[in-house]
Structures are given as structure tokens and as C-alpha cells.
Design a binder for this molecule. Sequence first.
Ligand code: CO
Length: 441
Amino acid sequence: MQESEFNRWLLAAIGRSPTAFHVAANVRDLLTDHGFTLLEESEPWDLSTPGSYVVVRNGSSLVAFTLNGEDPARTGLRMAGAHTDSPALKVKPSPIRRSHSYVQLGVEVYGGALLAPWFDRELSLAGRVSWETGAGGLDAGLLDFARPVAVIPSLAIHLDREANRNRSINSQTDIVPILMQAAADGNEPVFADILLAQLRRQHPEIDCRAILDHDLFFYDPAAPTLTGLAGEFITGPRLDNQLSCWTIARALIDAPERKNSLIILSDHEEVGSGSPEGAGGPLLDSVLERLFPEPGQRQQVIRRSLLISADNAHGVHPNFTDRHDGNHLPRINHGPVIKINAARRYATTALTAGFFRLLCRRQNTDVQEFVMRSDMACGSTIGPLAATRTGMQVVDVGVPTLGMHSIRETAGTSDCPGLLRALQGYFSLASDDPLWHGWLS
Ligand code: CO
């Protein structure tokens, strides 16, 4: 795939995936369209023949793997991981608020969102809803209004003369999206009825008596786009971490010769990964246990496997260069970044970093490195969780971005194609290649 063609595909995939639920569903469909067999965790698995498989948990996390017939206890698994969720505003259980002539929806802040950019944008609403069926059963599915349905207007500067110097944002009172004008008759709208009407518009065939509950998030429905005079930047919502999810999935599909491989895309990273489907939970362990039930064999597989954990890195911001260590200044369009931290907020070691560096060199991909300023606290990602839960070796990497956790973030057009090349080479790496297993000591 040409770089420009891949970038077009990438931006379209992000635009179609407003929440972690949509990422998991869309990646699942992409993989099954390319020959992966869908497995259910609640059913027996027949993995006696070599093949490619995908399993989804909670509709928001996904594991896919290829077993090519070689003995995994000798070859290990070429693993890559990323997270499906992004910071957002999550709708409260009983969200309707009425203030003067406005109907608003109460929200909780999901993850470490940068709140100021949420003001004055057209917002849409998407996620998952559960409902009672006509027969009194329970069912659930995806919902996406897919058009602007709300806005959070700023307070005019005339009413807050200090706004450009210090405006703080109260997440209970200041960022409540306006959904509509109140009806003249004073009747309150019923949120479940609004959702039911949207569900029926989207899926007229669904047998739904009443909406029961919802996991819904406000999001920016404006499509991700190319910008910069030469179109060298990408701006868009949810680049952290959908850039990595989609690049990993595409690399797995397009790898010239897919060896024993596994990808894991986890929900809930932005809130600490503690859930049955998050990277702090048992999903990866459960899959490995089912693939390799004998503990000794499983340990061999884990020790011979490597996880490339991809999550966006902080590119150096030209207006705030002092926020970086002067020797570690990742630049957009200069390649993926290896992330290193002495306190193990990243799981990278000299061995795993060395592997990634040589892999990138071989795949004609530039590589950079990031370490936080020593006087600033470092973020973390799924890599250290996978490393400490399973005992496998991990390298934390990511494409450089600006404005991380804003409603729209900025990245470069050549960094994901570079990561794609590296990962394609990775998933195709022969088991007797001197690079593979070079980190075993
Ligand atoms: Co992230």
C-alpha cells in the first residue's frame, strides 16, 4: 500500500470509529474480511489446524492471532498491542438537566482529557446501549448519532475578563453539553426515548421494547484531515491511540508472510486499564492459557515472545520546547519513537530497544527516542502492564504527536507508514532470523 493510500485508509478508519466499541467492531470486521475466524470466549476453541483467529471481549477489546504450524514453544509469538479508548466526555446514567430554556446532558470526564478544546465544537454522541427485547430478554448494540447533536459554548470574554490569563474548568458545572432547547409546554424529554428513536433509525430491524442503559460518549464528528502547506500533518480526534490500533491491524493483514503472531487492542487504558478487558485485567493471560494449556509450554512461549506496545509519544512542541529533555526531542515525520523510563513507566530495555532499532533499520524506517524530563512525572501505557502480568519482554514505542489528549491531536503523514513497514517486517520475521530472539539472554 502506498503511503498516501494508507493514510487515506487510516483517516477513514478513525473517522468511522468514534468509541472503543466501534474500534473493536471495525477491527474485528476488517480481520474476518481477511480470513480470520471469529472465536467466542464462551465456546470451546478448535485450534487444531493452523490459521488466524480473532476474539473480542466486552465489545471493546480484541485479541487476534495467527498460528502458522510452527511450534510456538520454539518460535514464540510476534506480539503488538495498543489501546482502543481515548479521553472523552461520558454521559451520566440519568443525564437530562434543564437550565432556563436549555436541555443539557450531564457528563463525567473519561480519562485525562484536555478540556478546553471541547468548547465551541459540534459534538456527536456514540457508544453502546442495552435494551429489553420484545420477549423480555436483554440485548445490546452500537449506537452513533453520526452528526452534530450538541455544543458546549464558551463563556464570552466580556463576562470573564481573566479568561486568557487563568480560566479553570470545573468538570461538574462548566462542560455540560447543550443538547436542545426545552419544549414550550415544559415537558422534559426522556433520554431513553431519544436513544430508542436513534436506534430505530439506525437499525429498524432490531426488536427493542425499551432502552435499559448506555455507555455513551460525546465525540468530535469532524473527520480527521491532512493539514500543513504540503499536507504533511494529520489532525483529528482519537489519534491517541487509534493511529497505533489501525497501523497494527493493517500490518498484521499485509505482512508478506505472517508467522506465529498476536495483537492485543485493549480498552480502558485512559482510566488505568483496571477492568476485565483492560490491559491490567486477565484477557491476554486467558487467551494464552487457552492456546497453551500446559504451564511449562506456556512459559516457553511467553519467554520467546516479544510485545511491541505502540502508544503515541510526545513530539517536541515548537512553542514549548522546554518541556522536553534537550537530548530527546522527537520530531513529527522523523519516525516512531522508542519510549524509555527508569521508573518502568515504560517497559523498554536495552535489549528490546535494540531489537526495535534494528527492525526499523531493516525496514527503512527512521527511529527516535523519548525520555521524560527528570523533573516531570512520566505517563504510562499498556506495555508495563503486559510485561508485569505475563513476564514477557516489551518495547514501548509510538508515533510522535502534538496536543495529546486534546479533542483533536496532530501527527505526521510519514510516521504511521514507517511504523507499518516496521510491523510488517516484524510479523514476517523468520524464526531462525538472527534478529528474532536476539533479546533472549
Ligand atoms: Co495513549
